[in-house]
Design a protein around this ligand. Structure first.
Ligand SMILES: CC(C)(COP(=O)(O)OP(=O)(O)OC[C@H]1O[C@@H](n2cnc3c(N)ncnc32)[C@H](O)[C@@H]1OP(=O)(O)O)[C@@H](O)C(=O)NCCC(=O)NCCS
Length: 225
């Protein structure tokens, strides 16, 4: 039995950080947002295509309003969570994907999810990875259901949900899908995540990258706090 002083609880930034291999074998770090990410998020937004901005926000805008950035960066990591998928080049972090959820007012067991991935990185599995992480965090905090509002023409987003293995229910009204699904794991979601990892690991080996379990790869908890 260890009678020594209890170690401090892990900070959300450290606890939520994870290195992921993508469908093409490339690597990305998924980490919790920090208050100092505002400029990185604005830079991410400025590099989204007009089409992606429309699909994400249902309108056109040139900048992300400061108030919205503050909502994304000032989170409690429980009822409001923002995850960033970042690539690191020469000590500079580039936000290539954002996934977030926020509890729905008056419905503490339900949260709204939304995503954006830079167009050049679409199809690599970043949206899928972010959804997996968000669902895991939500489950831990008693959020039992995710909902999303998705334009009817947004095939990619609908496919991310459909391929996730979660029990997705959707209804179309005025060209907009209301998507809902329980966050609990299903056999299908477990298998989808497993297959994604196998496919990614195979692709990374093909690219000559070390697989995630390769001990020579070192610790994955190198996030700055
Ligand atoms: C929607 C969006 C977030 C998806 O992100 P993404 O990183 O491209 O998503 P993924 O790579 O995980 O999945 C999308 C693609 O993988 C495919 N896919 C997903 N899971 C798969 C699986 N298990 N097996 C095979 N293919 C799969 C999808 O069919 C889709 O294929 P496509 O690229 O050929 O069309 C991204 O396209 C985006 O930012 N769009 C603009 C903003 C937006 O629409 N936001 C949503 C508002 S809620």
């Amino acid at each position: 039995m260890n009678d020594g002083p209890a170690s401090p609880p892990p900070s959300p930034a450290r606890e939520l950080a994870s290195d992921e291999i993508l469908r093409d074998g490339g690597a990305v770090r998924v980490r919790a947002v920090r208050p100092d990410d505002a400029d990185r998020i604005q830079s991410h937004f400025r590099r989204l295509s007009k089409r992606s901005i429309y699909l994400r926000y249902f309108n056109q805008r040139r900048e992300l309003p400061v108030v919205e950035i503050e909502q994304m960066t000032h989170v409690d990591h429980v009822g409001r969570v923002t995850l960033l998928a970042v690539e690191r080049r020469e000590a500079v972090e580039d936000v290539i994907g954002i996934g977030l959820y926020e509890r729905v007012d008056g419905r503490p067991q339900r949260a709204e999810v939304a995503f954006s991935v830079l167009d050049a990185h679409h199809g690599r599995g970043i949206g899928t990875v972010l959804l997996e992480h968000l669902a895991r965090i939500a489950r831990r905090h008693g959020i039992e259901e995710f909902q999303a509002t998705v334009l009817g023409e947004n095939r990619k987003m609908l496919e991310v949900f459909a391929f996730s293995g979660f029990e997705v229910d959707r209804s179309l009204e005025d060209g907009v899908f209301r998507v809902r699904f329980p966050t609990h794991e299903t056999l299908e979601s477990f298998e989808a995540a497993f297959e994604r990892k196998v496919e990614a690991t195979t692709a990374s080996v093909g690219r000559g990258l070390p697989a995630p379990s390769d001990p020579s790869r070192g610790s994955s908890s190198g996030s700055e706090e």
